[in-house]
Design a protein around this ligand. Structure first.
Ligand SMILES: *Cc1c(COP(=O)(O)O)cnc(C)c1O
Length: 437
């Protein structure tokens, strides 16, 4: 056997691994420096964890960075999204339209407002909500569409906004995967009526447990404050510099108590870290984009494997490339199941090559059977004007995605030799797929 043939033999069949170099800090995230430590310690030493001064500065900086009028820090992304829903008028008997293939916190909170979720189909190449599958789901109870920029890929916002405007409903962008991303040159989270996102430690903008709501709409902002920020609803005082926000009389009259019965204040150790992370975030995601685009450029033309990224000339980006995915097309590889493809890529030295994406929410028993609040019937239909439950086969593209994508390495630095080895692993297995059938 010649040496090139040996090199080409799949590692899973006894050949040498494609990945040989130590990754070093290639995958370390978040990048924490003394500046983060000092900022957090400053809060701890002052005992200011539950104050709002650092959070107010963070809100100002987020609003400036995104070019938005208002930003409101939350204790996590889940609460920012729930606050956004209530602020948009989602309540008893309402419906929201959202993709099924996402983390549960895009939608599940709607049930706690007495609302329900109508899941829409996704597009096969973007894995974001399919705008063509939204309009027929709208009725007089529909209050909001909640697109997700899935794994960093910007959703089709122009089409979604046009539908929302036509039917006078709100758009809540879930930006948890795409902080700082661009959709046709505009930042994700600034296009809908309100944007909300997580900044928990696993996300690309990572600050501990934290969330943010951004909007240009004063009413949405005030409603979100009223829902979960009791100490920010009253008159502004020397003691409470954060208050004095509420001008809407129907909200002002309940000042001092949070209308949602929730407390969403952001722990300032997280706010402090977030201010430092935000300062370096634009340059860090630029580096990530260079690295990830390099990876995909190397894989261009590989059978069965397709990049999950918008076209280069579109003005759209993948933000921080959170939970980065590759698209898998088994029909180009003789029907090789994604599990087998991934196992062979793992054997080449790529541990993170795992099949699938989020579990489609419309098939989860919680969205079918759970009686969470004691209505004596499933919560998902407890207040609904119609049965919105969707069984197997109802969203065929969504249901096929777990077999049609896989996870790829999330490079934080543009180091060509290392990236080339990882790309070689994915290409090698694809080009030798017949040996795995
Ligand atoms: C992480 C995430 C959330 C929830 O954010 P938390 O900060 O974890 O509460 C919401 N939506 C999506 C799409 C997410 O990935």
């Amino acid at each position: 056997m010649s040496s090139t043939e040996t090199k080409e033999r799949l590692a899973i069949n006894g050949g040498p691994k494609a990945v040989t170099k130590e990754p070093g800090d290639m995958f370390t995230w978040p990048i924490v420096t003394k500046e983060d430590e000092d900022a957090v310690l400053e809060v701890l030493r002052r005992g200011a964890m539950s104050h709002t001064d650092v959070t107010l500065k963070l809100e100002e900086e987020i609003a400036d960075w995104m070019g938005m009028k208002y930003a409101l820090g939350h204790c996590n992304g889940t609460s920012a999204l729930l606050g956004a829903m209530w602020a948009c008028g989602v309540g008893v008997g309402s419906e929201v339209i959202a993709p099924s293939l996402t983390f549960w916190a895009t939608t599940l909170q709607a049930l706690s407002l007495g609302a329900t979720v109508n899941f829409a189909e996704c597009l096969e190449d973007t894995i974001c909500i399919d705008p063509a599958d939204i309009e027929h789901r709208i009725n007089e109870n529909t209050k909001a569409i909640i697109p997700v920029h899935y794994c960093g890929y910007p959703a089709e916002m122009d089409e979604i906004m046009a539908i929302a405007e036509k039917h006078n409903i709100k758009v809540i962008e879930d930006v948890s995967h795409a902080q700082g991303g661009l959709y046709k040159g505009r930042m994700t989270g600034t296009i809908g009526h309100v944007g909300a996102f997580s900044m928990m430690s696993g996300k690309s903008l990572a600050c501990g447990e934290a969330g943010m709501l951004v909007t240009n709409d004063r009413e949405i902002y005030e409603r979100a404050v009223a829902f979960g920020f009791y100490e920010r609803t009253g008159e502004k005082t020397e003691w409470n510099k954060a208050s004095g926000q509420i001008t809407i009389p129907e909200l002002k009259k309940f000042s001092g108590l949070p209308m949602g019965g929730y407390k969403y204040r952001l722990n300032q150790t997280a706010s402090a870290m977030c201010r430092v992370q935000l300062k370096y975030y634009p340059e860090r995601i630029k580096e990530i984009q260079k690295a990830m685009n390099r990876f995909w450029d190397l894989l261009e033309g590989t059978p069965g494997v397709k990049a999950h990224r918008p076209p280069a000339e579109s003005g759209s980006t993948m933000a921080g490339w959170y939970a980065s995915k590759g698209l898998y097309r088994p029909e180009e590889l003789g029907g090789l199941p994604v599990e087998k493809y991934c196992r062979a890529v793992q054997a080449e030295g790529v541990d993170v090559a795992t099949p699938g994406a989020n579990f489609p929410l419309h098939l989860h028993p919680l969205f079918h059977e759970a009686d969470i609040y004691g209505h004596g019937k499933p919560t998902v239909i407890a207040n609904a004007k119609r049965d919105v439950r969707q069984g197997p086969g109802s969203l065929p593209v969504t249901e096929s995605i777990p077999q049609r994508c896989f996870s790829i390495p999330w490079f934080k630095h543009d180091r060509p030799e290392i990236i080339a080895e990882y790309a070689a692993a994915f290409r090698k297995v694809a080009e030798h797929a017949d040996e795995l059938l």
